[in-house]
Write a protein that binds this ligand. Structure first.
Ligand code: OFO
Length: 174
């Protein structure tokens, strides 16, 4: 495997791992603060990021490179409020998109078209994740400080996760 591409892929493994831990910290904070819908959303988002990381690890190893499992910095323990949690989520996803774009760039410079093709999955995934984070944040901004509105927002988030899980299970034939 091309050396520059391997380094960039290992950087991305690090990024996905820290995303997973970051969202896990948000999930735990939300759970402790009675925001069960947000907690479910973040737990499932954290699992998705772990899946993104594993997909990279396997790809690097299968292509003859060496995947490095990184040490990760301690994510925050406390968050200011629900709005700041989703602001941080969006900011983080934007930085992940930048690093995916950088990876695409390196693949093209090194003429590694196989990895370039593999990375396209992440490009479209990022598009969806950023759009989702923006949509959720827009809702929170509309609600403002209305506690009844925030309660309903959290409950809606919970039912949207349950529906998404049910339809995934139906698609998997479970
Ligand atoms: Fe949401 O970051 Fe993975 O790709």
């Amino acid at each position: 495997m091309n050396n520059r591409v391997e380094i960039a892929l290992n950087e991305q493994i690090k990024k996905e791992t820290s995303s997973s831990q970051f969202y896990l910290a948000m999930a735990s904070w939300a759970e402790k603060n009675g925001l069960n819908g947000t907690a479910k959303f973040m737990y499932s988002h954290s699992d998705e990021e772990r899946f993104h990381m594993l997909k990279l690890v396997k790809f690097v190893n299968e292509r003859g490179g060496k995947a490095i499992i990184p040490a990760i910095e301690q994510p925050p323990i406390e968050f200011e409020n629900l709005k700041s949690v989703f602001e941080l989520l969006l900011k983080h996803e934007i930085s992940v998109t930048e690093s995916i774009n950088n990876l695409v760039d390196i693949c093209l410079q090194e003429k590694d078209y196989t990895t370039h093709n593999f990375v396209q999955w992440y490009v479209s995934e990022q598009l969806e994740e950023e759009a989702l984070a923006r949509a959720v944040l827009d809702k929170i901004k509309l609600i403002g400080n209305d506690s009844g509105g925030l309660y309903l927002f959290d409950r809606d988030l919970e039912s949207s996760i349950i529906q998404a899980n049910n339809s995934n299970q139906m698609n998997d034939g479970k």
